[in-house]
Design a protein around this ligand. Sequence first.
Ligand code: AFP
Length: 337
Amino acid sequence: MHNNRTTITQFIIEEQRQIQGATGDFTSLLNDIVTACKVISNLVNHGALVGVLGSAETDNVQGEVQKKLDVISNEVFIQSNEWAGHLAAMASEEMDEIYPIPQKYPRGKYLLLFDPLDGSSNIDVNVSVGTIFSILRCPEGVQNPTVEHFLQPGTQQVCAGYALYGPSSMMVLTTGRGVNGFTLDQNIGEFILSHPNLKISADTQEFAINMSNMRFWEPPIRRYMDECLEGNTGPRGKDFNMRWIASMVAEVHRILARGGVFMYPIDNKNKDKGGRLRLLYEANPMSFIIEQAGGMSTTGRERIMEIVPKSLHQRVPVILGSKNEVERMISYHLAEQ
Ligand code: AFP
């Protein structure tokens, strides 16, 4: 029975075979990313036993306090991906500047962007966290990429994915040909295809938003949420349920599994920063996955994947998930204009 199981490597190789001119470079890059995620999964699993919990007592570029595991996961990602010759440079939510591949290694044609440990406020309380990544092509002829080469809209992504470190560790990926999920078999150390061709239901009765920000919300979000909360006695005519994990990877994963909407909208608290979530490390890769699974992703006013980034650590409002609910929220934003 075990012979029928498809490993993530086999899956990626078979997918690449269907693309004319594929050199195998991309397959190897993904393998290195998978290795990094397995290492992080192992560290997260062992937690206090290997001394990785708690604060690193440093701030990242966003002014957020870094956890030890944020810093360690960032190093794991760099070490796993810098040597093989597939990348020209990397950028991470945890680093102020881009990371060009050191001269001692060959340079390749891809750019890798990542949030090594998303939802890290959950680490010390043993709640799910994850890694998010996005792969772009380094523009033709560019040997020494600079920040501007990373500022490509999400529609240019070659691949996006996340690893979820939850009750089981999973990897979910898209290369623009649908979304597939793999579960880590701890005994053999391989991700095995377990959730082929994930699709998000168009309708849902579940939303995820940080309700503590309610007093800062703009009218379209307030309207949408008021209507949901009125339940079957209100205009929606049905009851809604709520979830908030404070770990975007876990929220997106739930939406892929059973539908739902996730919102981190612009509000009067985060307006100066442009939103809460990071465009290049969180919003773009998750939007690619959500769209490929039949869902939608927007700021409320524009499709996230079409935003032309202005800076490496740019933040954006995010509304994503089941299509009919996201469309409804877009219409509420349009009605406000
Ligand atoms: P951290 O990685 O700093 O914990 O941030 C997680 C996150 O970017 C995203 O994964 C969550 O959805 C969101 O922030 C949680 O935000 P709140 O702190 O407002 O709940």
